[in-house]
Design a protein around this ligand. Structure first.
Ligand code: GH3
Ligand code: MG
Ligand code: MG
Ligand code: MG
Length: 305
């Protein structure tokens, strides 16, 4: 992907020449005519900007000050480093040093030959490609680290993050929510009777049934083994039981068919409501777990709230 370059220069002809030259080389360009505009353009394009070419002498806000502001914003918002090259008529050593200290990565002296600029851009394109690959592989790693590989839903870590977020929403806005631990009944027997592969297939199918019927906003994660967590945000206290009863019924309604064999399956659900009191996520899950224990003790295939 060719770089998107922000060209900052108060002299219209300089800006235009740069733009023409870069466009000819295939780069995408946007422009600003002073430091203040440069910051605005940086903010508006921070998602996909690859490079800033920054003039130094400009009215309103000079290039050094503009870059200092941009670096501050990046640090506050924990953004990736964005390369900046100063373009200046001054060849003073002190100015070059000041430019780098202000947050520039390079400093070219005007007038800049087309050859030097083309070569510089090639080097910057290599860096931009590397940055993009890093961002992409980070996204893949994050996805892997938060997904349960068998069922494809959130793993325990990611589930707890979602739960934390939902609880803080409830604390802030006072909108009640519910969470639950959902555990397959006599699952050890499923493995013992039909084999471990059949057990895996049941886990996948149960998750498929629930996610297919998930009410908008509801979430599920695998806490481990045959145990899942569910979050039902914005759930009035008097509707909690019915909502989980619906999920229980969806799982138990039909046997799972694996390699032509019918495997009957049920689940027990322990539910804890949350209305915003001071309580952490582990305490909330513990309340759900106590209800799950009661569901198991009193016959399974039921919801206890
Ligand atoms: P209960 O109704 O009391 O929950 O009984 P249970 O048999 O479901 O509970 P228990 O905790 O005794 O057994 C859980 C079983 O789940 C044991 C383990 O072999 C099985 N299990 C855990 N993770 C997996 C998995 O990824 N795949 C398969 N096939 N089985 C799993
Ligand atoms: Mg100027
Ligand atoms: Mg179980
Ligand atoms: Mg269990």
């Amino acid at each position: 992907m060719p770089m998107k370059v922000l060209i900052v220069d108060d002299t219209n002809t300089d800006r235009l020449l740069l733009k023409l030259h870069l466009s000819k080389l295939g780069y995408r360009t946007i422009e600003a005519s002073n430091g203040k505009e440069a910051i605005e353009q940086f903010i508006a394009n921070s998602d996909d900007l690859d490079l800033i070419l920054m003039d130094v002498q400009m009215p309103y806000l000079n290039g050094f000050d503009a870059v200092r502001s941009i670096r501050d914003i990046q640090e506050q918002q924990k953004q990736e480093w964005l390369p900046v090259i100063f373009l200046s008529a001054s060849a003073e050593d002190d100015d070059v040093e000041d430019g780098i200290l202000a947050g520039g990565d390079d400093y070219l002296i005007k007038p800049i030959s087309q050859k030097i600029l083309s070569a510089k851009m090639l080097a910057m394109q290599r860096i931009a490609d590397m940055r993009r690959r890093l961002v992409e592989s980070n996204l893949v790693l994050e996805e892997l680290a938060s997904t349960d590989h068998l069922t494809g839903v959130a793993n325990r870590r990611a589930f707890e993050v979602m739960l934390e977020r939902e609880m803080s929403f409830t604390r802030r806005y006072g909108v009640p929510m519910a969470c639950a631990i959902f555990d397959l009944d006599k699952f050890k027997m499923v493995n013992d009777t039909y084999g471990h592969d059949a057990g895996d297939a049941v886990l996948v199918e149960v998750v498929r049934r629930i996610t297919k019927n998930l009410r908008d906003g509801d979430a599920i994660g695998r806490l481990g083994g045959e145990e899942f967590g569910m979050i039902l945000p914005k759930m009035p206290v008097d509707e909690v039981l019915a909502a989980f009863e619906r999920y229980r019924a969806i799982v138990a309604e039909h046997p799972v068919i694996h390699e032509g064999v019918e495997i009957p399956i049920t689940a027990s659900i322990g539910v804890a409501g949350y209305t915003g009191k001071k309580e952490d996520k582990l305490a909330l899950l513990k309340r759900a777990d106590e209800c799950l224990y009661e569901a198991k003790e009193t016959g399974r295939n039921k919801v206890v709230y």
